[in-house]
Write a protein that binds this ligand. Sequence first.
Ligand SMILES: [Zn+2]
Ligand SMILES: [Zn+2]
Ligand SMILES: [Zn+2]
Length: 381
Amino acid sequence: MVTGCVELHQSFKAADSTVPIPPPVPSKSDGHQKRYVAPGIEHSCVSTATRDMWDRLFNDGYKANVVIYTDNGGIIYAHANIIGTASTVIKGMLKQAKRHGKWHAISIRGVPHDAVRVFIRFLYSACYEKEEMNEFIMHLLLLSHAYVVPQLKRLCEWHLEHGLLNTENVIDVFQLALLCDFPRLSVISHRMIMNHFKELYATEAWIAMQKSHPFLEKELRDSVIIEENMRKDRIRKCNERRIYSQLYEAMEALVHICRDGCKTIGPHDKDFKPNHAPCNYQACKGLESLIRHFAGCKLKVPGGCVHCKRMWQLLELHSRVCADSDQCRVPLCRNFKEKMEKQSKKDEVRWKLLVRNMLGTKIIGRSPFFLPVTSSSSSVS
Ligand SMILES: [Zn+2]
Ligand SMILES: [Zn+2]
Ligand SMILES: [Zn+2]
């Protein structure tokens, strides 16, 4: 064919040099946008020319010996040895259809004719158009499973995962993934359903699923409730952690105030320098005002006012995490250590739990003034 074209050009030239060279004859695939091949194939050693040849063989149906009947009277021609090799299921169908003589006749129904065309073309060349993939993804997914074509199965999964899965098809994909053994796809679509539950619930697809697979629908609703509880639990734990972390910072600031002094308060045996370096402890400000209040509280409330009670608790907590009460400058540190020995078992467990949770928030870079987390609290479970 190429030789023929060259001869034609030369004869034109010889006849009249002013005649323009005709453009190349358009091929069948022209007019289409970029042709796609299955991932993994595009970098294979199979050349484009070879793929084009397989595509052409399908399009032209040269010496085809199989007729495939599709819905609405559609017909596709194919080659028995090619489609039979690509799919063992089709091979079995062809065997059964042998009695028809020279021409094998099989039927692929229940999906649009064009979807079957895309499917059969894929068996030849592993090529497809992007638009066709977008339009027939669900049918191709089904066909790839029904006719056992693993390469197309993987391709459909890949396309769904990389853009084609959406809130319109996710419920169908999820059911199909479970029925047709697509484990990864079922996980991905399940996650999408969980994330868009409010939007998807009571849609047409959802109601259809409720009718066809009531157990599955109930399981989905249950999972939403479980997920929601887990989410609330995560938020609660996160808030708890934040509170314990703030408590830890308050403990650090307390040691710092009683050892170095800060802004308005200094250790009793040192001169306070009002213009010393800026403080790095965020908790200092609140703690200083609490200490000042504690020192001069005039509220005559039994057991102390709410601020004083808080200060007592902080001082006791400090004593429980203090690594060396003999060197410590925090007031009452040693007194609380002695008091601890007389404490009830119940109180002891409560305090140890608080200490463990608080120290647990700073595993790395913990203060040298505090006990390691294991020695003070490992006995609590
Ligand atoms: Zn400070
Ligand atoms: Zn008070
Ligand atoms: Zn101490």
